[in-house]
Structures are given as structure tokens and as C-alpha cells.
Write a protein that binds this ligand. Sequence first.
Ligand code: HT7
Ligand code: ZN
Length: 864
Amino acid sequence: AAPVRLADYSPWPFALPAIHLAVDIRPGDVLVTSRLDLEPRGGAEALQLRGVDLEICSIKLNGDDVAGDDYSYRDQLLTIHSPPSKPFVLETCCRIDPYNNSSLEGLYVSGGLLSTQCEAEGFRRITFHPDRPDVLSRWTVRIEASRASCPVLLSNGNAISEEELTDGRHAVTWKDPFPKPSYLFALVAGELREIRDLYTTASGRAVTLRLHVEEGDEPYSTHAMESLKRSMAWDEQVYQLEYDLDEYNIVAVRHFNMGAMENKSLNIFNSKLVLADAETATDAELERIESVIAHEYFHNWSGNRITCRDWFQLSLKEGLTVFRDQSFTADLHSAAVKRIEDVAMLRNTQFREDAGPTAHPVKPAEYQAIDNFYTTTIYEKGAELIRMLHTLLGQERFMRGMATYVSRFDGTAATTEDFVQSIVDGAAQDGQPLGFDSERFKRWYHQAGTPELTVQRQWDAVKGELTLELRQSTPPTPGQTEKQPLVLPIAVALVGEKGRIGEEQLLVMDGDQASLTLQGDPGSAAPALSLLRRFSAPVNVQLEQSLQESLQLLAHDDDPFSRWDAGQRLARQVLLARASGEPDATVEAALIQALRQRLNAFDGGGGQDLAVLLALPGTAELEALQNPVDPPALYAARREWIAELGRQLADPLNQLLDVCRGEWPQAWPAGQGGRSLTGLAWSWLAAAGDAEARNQALEAVSGPSMTLARAALRALQPMEVDERDLALDRFYQRWQDKPVILDAWFALEASAPRTDGLQRVQALLEHPRFDPLAPNSLRAVLGGFTANVPVFHAIDGSGYRFMADQIAAVDRRNPITASRMAKVFSRWSSYGVDRQSAMRQAIDQLAAGELSSNTAEVVAMLRT
Ligand code: HT7
Ligand code: ZN
């Protein structure tokens, strides 16, 4: 099919101010009657509506049947050839079959529950509609079903009437007063238990909060509910944005393609992002649940009240909302830890995407299947662009910009240009110069690839001045060979042996080159350069830094990000040298010494800072620095280094365990530092052969903390020891009836590096508790398998072939999940010759089969 192009955008030639839907749920199918109030805008044009897998029962125009000659339905398009030139009503009635819909788009069944997923283009699977985000309407929805099978009937807005019908049936009608596009429509029908709470907004309005879960899951909903209330309060305090309806519903479903969906007043969540307490979820999962609840709630303003003009603007809502949820977590917990975790994730996922065949701008110019563009570039790089605006303008001016954006575009569908313009116009209301070229800034949205920032420097000891020469360039990406310079806010400072020297400076670079002089101490040795503090721009830095300089930053920099980054730089050096077969004894000894000092200095409390500092760099980050990439060598280097750390730091690690034990029982968010450090100590000590650490870990699997249980499993899982199998078995026995928790077991089993790894993964796919229709289970087993480095990357290509077969099988049921999985092959050209050709064969094998358009698009990108 021809791609959709940003350049081809034109408004829809009709307005659709009101929609009335009647959804009749029956045992074998669902009848959807839709009444569209349509108003032609401009010249007479045929009316075209989207529709996928709809069986037409009737089509009426202003109450009269439309004759067969007056319409056509082909290629997923219903065309009414000559619609009236005055406002008219089109009523369609269609039959759909949600009971056999495994795609998890449109209306489908999950564990007996009928539920919808309409973003991005799922509504066309429910009824005929333009199904584009710039068509906003007021919706009324009547749902009718059997009370026995569907006692709960939910849709967007407020419930305005309830009817008791004959034959045990009932109906509920919902009305949403705010105009919204079809992708925000939602409907849920089934048997659910409700947990109710109340929130009073800043202006004193009462909002009923309702969480809907399966029977038995009620005790696991408190964390989600509390997270929602914290999110509502934060958006009021920080952005002055209040919730606008009388009720807010969240439904947990087991079968869901992504994390959650922000449908207006009826969020639908993957159950793993709702159901949690300290016994059943890890600290990291609790924080993630809090942030996803917040993310979907924040969409009410950044996404719902102001939506996207078209799907090219996806980052308008996603980048902004990620920025908002990141700020929320930073405010509620540790800003430093949050920034470090976000940067680690950006470097390991987004930088990797930006350097491969699926690289695309934050605002792509074209797409085949929009579902393929729910990427880390749109989300996380998009959030970095907003963060740069915030850095360039400062909090006060940025917030004035946000207020301008909301007042200009509330109730409309906007573009990323509208957003940037609002931010700069709002900021400039103080009459001060902006400080950067906003037109140049907009280039960030259109240019793919991670810029390289090369820095050279000269130290003038007499004047005490450090002069920096900076250059930027962005490597070519598919379809984009020429790159332009971007606006880069670069935060820098000097660091001496006693800490920072002078003030931090913000250099705003917007050309190919720039220079900057920083004042240090005359007559002293060259100070260390703390560059890109807080990771002020999403770039790769090329700067030669000595071991001494990295150690100085690690010890004395007052920016936690730069301190962490210095430690990561040294760890990368160690791991890459080991992977190449030539360990660097000097860097290793220095790093171990620095870590020893940190461990010795730790006396409890705030351990999360230390835990992130000790964490090793991610695989993707290391792979980006190796040519050709040798995953098993990197994996082995990491395991050996962990064992070495465990051997050399055994005493301080054992002391650390003693200090941390007191924090184990503390309720999240308290105690998480202690629990993180415990897991790290078990992992390092166990790798070094410490039987006591293995025993402690094994015991924790049966203990009251899921964080410790999972940390224990992670520590034991890479090793061929009895405790590993015992631990995995105990975990399974304990949690076999809880699918959300059992997925962690599936993932650990699938990624355990065993000699018969491939057969074991095959067995997991046939395990009675494995649900092949649940993306969570698929991601656990197949995602776990691809993380099983020695088995997935077997030199004979067996792991790649197996994965290609699995992706093809998933694609027949669920194209969205399959096309996301296909990206596992995106680094094929970076491996050595044998793996390269084996992976390429697997991609070709996939391409040779019959694929959905989603997966075909990804596979085509991989092959270019
Ligand atoms: N806006 C939501 C995106 C989403 C989605 C997209 C495609 C297919 C299924 C999906 N489920 C949810 C989630 C969010 O970013 O908030
Ligand atoms: Zn979102």
C-alpha cells in the first residue's frame, strides 16, 4: 500500500459535531448502530469512512435506506458517492465479532471481558467513521447486554441513564461532554469488581474514582488508586491543570498490546500495571505503575483536551506526557536517580534505534502502519526535546509557555509547531530575548539520528582558563543523508579536587562549531571537565578523558548525573577491554578502589544513589562501542567482571548486606535503596562463588518482599548451581496461579543460559500456564529468549531462525505485537560475518512468508 505522507495532510471535508452509538452485545456477536451528524465543509465531495471487517446490516441517510448503487465498501473504505450538501444524518448498523478478535484492536474479549483499544486506528473495526484524530465530536453511547454476563457497562464521560430490559438484559447510556476523536473512545462490558474512592479537586469539585478489576484482585488495587490521587494533585500544583469530569475509571485487562490507554475518563490498563503490592510487585514495578497511572492521567490535558492533528504529531502528546510523568516521578522520589535511569534507558533503547535501520525523526515524514511508530524515539526522544526547551527557558518561562499552549489549543487538534510556538510566545511575554533560535530548534523534530558532539580543549595554566572547541554533526540515517546543525543546550562546569570550581554555564550551540572559555584556578593543574551536566542534550559525546579525570569527576562532581556518567565510562572501558580479550588492569584496579571507597562510606539510607552508581552499563550501550559486535563475548566479559567485583569487594559487600538488612521490611518507597543494594551484593557475591550469598538469595524467594525475591532470582539465574533450579521452582510453586507474577518466572526461565536453552524455550511455549494470546506472556518468553545471549546468538543461527518462526506465528494473530518483536533483528549489520549472515537469513525467511502490513513494514526497513 502507498505510504501516508505528512505533506499530504488536508482537513476532512466534513464536520462531525455529534455521534450516537448503540452497542448491542449478544452471545455470538455485537451489533453497532452509529448515528453521525455530518456537516459538509466546502465543496461537494464523496463521503468516505473507514471500516475494517464490518458486516453491513443497513445504511440510512436522513432516515432513508441508501441504495446499493449509491455507496461502495471496498479496501476498508465506505464511500457514499453523493452526500447532501447540507447537514445530514448517516446511520449505519454493522455486525462485528469481538469473540474471535485476537489482534487486541477494536473491540475484543480478554478473559471474558469485552474491551476496546482504539488508538491508533482501531475504531474503524467497531463502526464506519473517518477515524482520524482531527475529527472531534460529542459522543453519546448506549450499551446493552445481558446482566448476568455483563453486569458492568462502561464508556466515556458520565452515565446518564440506566435501563432494566426484558430477558435479563440491561442498558447504560454514557455521555461525554468534551469533544474527542475516535481513538479516545472506549467501552468495557463484563463482570468486574469495583474499588471506589473520592478526590476533591483544587477548586472543590468531587470526582469519583473507580478502579475495576477481576474478582479476587481487589486487594491489589490500593497502590494504583493512591498513585492516581497523587497524579491528580501534582498536575494541579505544578501545571494548574484540574480534572474536568465527575468520574474517572480505570479498568485492568490481561490482554493488552501496550502498557495502558488514556481513553477519556475510561483508562484501560494492562493488568500488570494496576495490580500490585509489596508482596507481589518489585519496587521498580511499583514506581513504574505510579508513573504509568500518572502518564495516562496527564494525557487528559496533554493528549485529550488538546489532541493531535494527525498521527505525524504523535510526539506532541507522547513526548510531552513522558516529560510530565518523568518530572512527576522526579518530584516525588529522587530527581537524580530518575534522571540517571531515564538517560540509561535512552542510551540503551533510543540511541540504538536512532543508529539502526528503523531510525526515524520524532516527527516522521511518512508511515505505512502508524502502530510501528509508537517508538522510543517518539516517546523518549520526544520528551528530551521538551526537556531541552525547559532547560533553555527555565521553569517559569516554560510554564508560561505551557499556559499559552493550553489556552490557545484547548478543545482542538494541534501540531508540534503549534506547541513550540506557544512555548516560545508564552516565554517571551516577559520581553526578554528568547536565548535561542526557535526555528532552528524545530529541526529536532524532523531530523533522525543522535548528534555527535566532539569536544577539544586547551588549558591555560597561567590564566587558569579552559577553552573548549565544540563541533556537532549527525550521522546519516535511512533516507536522510544530509543533516543540519541543531540547537544544543550544553551545561558545563569545572571540577577540581575539592569539587566544582565557579558557576555552571549553559552554552547554547546552534551551529556546526562553537567555543567557550571557562574560568578555573590560575596556576593549578587542569581541572576536570564536567560536560553535559544532567544530560542537558540527547547527544553522544566524543571527548578524550583520562582515567584520572574520570576518577576526579566520580569523586567530586556535584552533578549526580555527571558523577554517574564518569563511573559508567570507566565500567564501559573495563568491559570492552575484557570482551576484546585484553583486560585493562590499571582501569580495573582504579575502578575497584573507587567503588570500595563508596561502599565503605555507605552507612545506610538513600542507597538508591549508590545502587545506580554501581549498576553496570547496558548491553546496547556497549554494543554501540564494539565493531563488530560480539554479544557472547560481551556477555562473558560482564559475567567475569561481576565475579571479579564479588571477589575483590567481598568484605565491603558483606558489610553492605548487614547495613541494608534493616531496610528490607520498610514499605516502598522507603527501603528501596537497601533492597537494591542487597540484590546487587547477592549478584556479585554469588558470581564469585559465595555459598552464603546463594543461600540468602534462595531464602528470599519465599520471603515477604517481591523485590528481594526477584533480585535473588536474578542473582542465581545466570549460574549453573542447584540453588538456581530450587529458587525458580519455589517461585513457580508459589505464584503459579497469578499470571501477572508468573510472567516474571517465564522470562527468567527463558533467559537462563542453559545448554538446552532452545528446547526449554520451546517447552515454555507449550506450558499449560502459558497464554499465547497474551502479549505479556509472549513478551516474557520470547523477550526472555532474545535476552538469552548464548542461546539466541548461537553461531549456527538456530536462535535467529527460531525467533523468525515465532514472530511469523504471532503475526497471524496479533500484528502489533509481532511487528514490535521483529525489531529484535535491527542490529543485524553490526555483528561479525557469521552472525550477520545468519540473522539476515532469518529476516529473509520472515520476509518470504505472508506478513501483516505492520510486520511487512518493519521487515522492509530491516532489509534496506
Ligand atoms: N497512547 C497509548 C498508546 C497505545 C497504543 C498504541 C497502539 C496500539 C495499542 C496501544 N495501546 C496504547 C498509550 C500511551 O502512550 O499512553
Ligand atoms: Zn502516552
